[in-house]
Design a protein around this ligand. Structure first.
Ligand code: FEO
Length: 164
């Protein structure tokens, strides 16, 4: 059985995962508006992954006899100055997710909840990959700068992303 504190924390993260999906869906449509379809595709898959993450929180809360409480999801930003700015923001967003997951791990330790701790370890590992993937794109975008050819090469590369 989940403690009230952990139930609140897990529900908070569930909301943040749904918000993350909203953020990436918004970025996907910004990139689509620039006709960068490969980058839009990458962001669209990222949004779907966030929905899967939200699903994992729902399953865990329910399996532990807790109560899933859905709250209002904040509206995401809709415009960025450049693809680089959008991906940089995606990177900062993932760092924020990691910090929140770490906070929940701390809470699971304080609450002596080993099941929640084991559940959260999957996210600890996942966040390493999530941060690294976006950072890799940020670095490449910085390298090509304003050069259109480079931008289209990255766009083509990102179009190849498959479902996780
Ligand atoms: Fe669910 Fe991208 O963190």
């Amino acid at each position: 059985m989940l403690s009230q504190k952990l139930q609140d924390g897990l529900n908070g993260q569930l909301n943040f995962e749904l918000y993350s999906a909203y953020v990436y869906l918004s970025m996907a449509n910004y990139l689509e508006s620039l006709n960068l379809k490969g980058m839009a595709h990458w962001m669209d898959l990222q949004a779907r992954e966030e929905l899967e993450h939200a699903g994992k929180f729902i399953t865990h809360i329910n399996d532990r006899g807790g109560r899933v409480l859905l709250r209002q999801i904040d509206g995401p930003k809709t415009e960025w100055k450049s693809p680089l700015e959008a991906f940089e923001e995606a990177y900062r967003h993932e760092c924020e997710v990691s910090a929140r997951i770490n906070g929940l791990v701390d809470l699971s330790i304080n609450e002596k909840d080993h099941a929640a701790n084991a559940f959260l370890q999957w996210f600890v590992t996942e966040q390493v990959e999530e941060e690294a993937n976006v950072l890799d794109i940020v670095e490449k975008l910085k390298m090509v700068g304003d050069r259109t050819t480079g931008l289209f090469m990255i766009d083509r590369e990102l179009s190849k992303r498959g479902e996780a």
